[in-house]
Design a protein around this ligand. Structure first.
Ligand SMILES: [Fe+2]
Ligand SMILES: [Fe+2]
Length: 405
């Protein structure tokens, strides 16, 4: 006994000494991380201050909690109004069937059926094969949307991880939750109609990877909130107009009810940041936006990305590529497409223009495809806002009924 007790005491003393030593190291780390934390590159408004993603200590700074911007409070509070659940049939029933073998999910004469408008492709295929090609093409589009939703989910989670402002952080947490239900909703729809999604295309995959894994808040917000979110709103509005499937219409309407708010977050960032940028900083922002635009634009009509879509009706993608070039000048197709009010890229250019991100330096890149003066004179209502508003009203009603039930 005499020998054991001092031994225990000694081991306890060692334990305590070790903890005290670790706490001292923590205090040094705290000082160092706090000194490194705060401004992210190009941050002009404290609401977008961000911590280093590997430094959690500054997040527990006791003064941080009450230092909250109210810029996002309205968007955060509105979330309950447009709540929906892809697992609840009161909102959406994925079991409602659709005759995918005999019916076109989207209008084959619309923007999603571009291959079907090429005479040599039409001639090679039977009526059944044409429907198959149209529906598989749209499966590819929806698969890319699903991957885009996953990118939005991971990106908003990464913003939530680094934003120091508790209001901005709550907004990002909220968006993360909403993007998660979009991933669930599109997964369920693709499963119900085709079983599984297509692989992500290399352009979208590369761009999404670059945006999500960047530590720079401005790259994340321009890339995702302003560009991919804007692009998604345009794509959803176009699909909503062109689809014959009521289940997809409902899914798109509810998703758009959420997306319209995400787009607003990007707009708030631009309003508070762009006017305060130095010339050098503005060039960085403008160049980043132009780079993402060019990459995404040429992904619009690219037969190589749809190799597996064509092979399911026995077409070789290289032959399809040749036919594309024979009948359609890519630039002309894009220009024609851009005339549509809800065209995904037109919406995107308008967002950048209204946010004063595009100047004479890069104007020519966009002006090649869209009339910039015409765009400048239009209101800055985002494409699909009407559909999103209808979604919010429908959801408010369902949510009210659920509360009283
Ligand atoms: Fe989304
Ligand atoms: Fe979103």
């Amino acid at each position: 006994m005499y020998i054991i007790i001092p031994m225990v005491e000694l081991s306890q003393k060692i334990q305590i000494a070790k903890i005290v030593a670790k706490d001292q190291i923590y205090k040094v780390q705290e000082k160092w991380q706090t000194s490194k934390s705060g401004k992210n590159s190009l941050t002009k408004d404290p609401a977008y201050n961000a911590a280093n993603p590997n430094h959690f200590i500054p997040m527990m700074d006791e003064d941080r909690y009450s230092d909250r911007s109210d810029a996002f409070d309205k968007i955060i509070s509105a979330t309950h109004k447009h709540f929906w659940d892809p697992n609840d049939k009161k909102y959406i029933d994925f079991d409602i069937p659709f005759d995918i073998e005999n019916e076109n999910i989207v209008d084959p004469e619309g923007p999603f059926g571009i291959e079907l408008q090429i005479p040599s492709i039409r001639e090679k295929l039977s009526k059944h094969q044409l429907i198959k090609l149209n529906n598989e093409s749209f499966r590819f589009v929806l698969s890319q949307i699903l991957h885009g939703e996953q990118a939005a989910l991971s990106l908003s989670a990464s913003l939530c991880h680094v934003l120091r402002d508790p209001g901005a952080q709550e907004y990002a947490a909220n968006q993360t939750r909403e993007e998660a239900r979009h991933v669930a909703g599109f997964t369920k729809y693709i499963q119900a109609r085709w079983g599984s999604p297509y692989k992500v295309g290399p352009t979208l995959g590369r761009v999404a990877n670059e945006i999500v894994s960047s530590d720079l808040v401005y790259k994340k917000i321009i890339g995702m909130q302003m560009m991919i979110e804007g692009l998604a709103m345009g794509a959803f509005a176009m699909a909503y107009e062109n689809t014959n499937d009521p289940v997809l219409k409902t899914l798109l309407k509810y998703t758009m009810s959420d997306e319209a708010f995400h787009h607003k977050f990007g707009k708030i960032w631009a309003d508070r940041t762009v006017p305060k940028l130095t010339k050098k900083e503005h060039i960085k922002v403008e160049d980043w936006a132009e780079k993402i635009f060019v990459e995404l634009l040429f992904n619009l009509v690219n037969p190589f990305e749809k190799k597996h879509v064509y092979s399911c009706v026995g077409l070789d993608h290289k032959w399809v590529d040749q036919e594309f070039h024979k009948y359609i000048d890519q630039g002309e197709v894009i220009k024609d497409e851009m005339k549509n009010q809800n065209n995904i890229f037109r919406v995107l250019v308008k967002t950048l223009l209204k946010a004063h991100i595009i100047t004479d330096r890069t104007r020519a890149t966009y002006a090649e495809f869209v009339n910039m003066d015409e765009l400048n004179n239009e209101s800055d209502t985002v494409a699909g806002q009407e559909i999103a508003d209808q979604g919010v009203s429908a959801l408010s009603e369902i949510n009210k009924l659920k509360k009283t039930a």
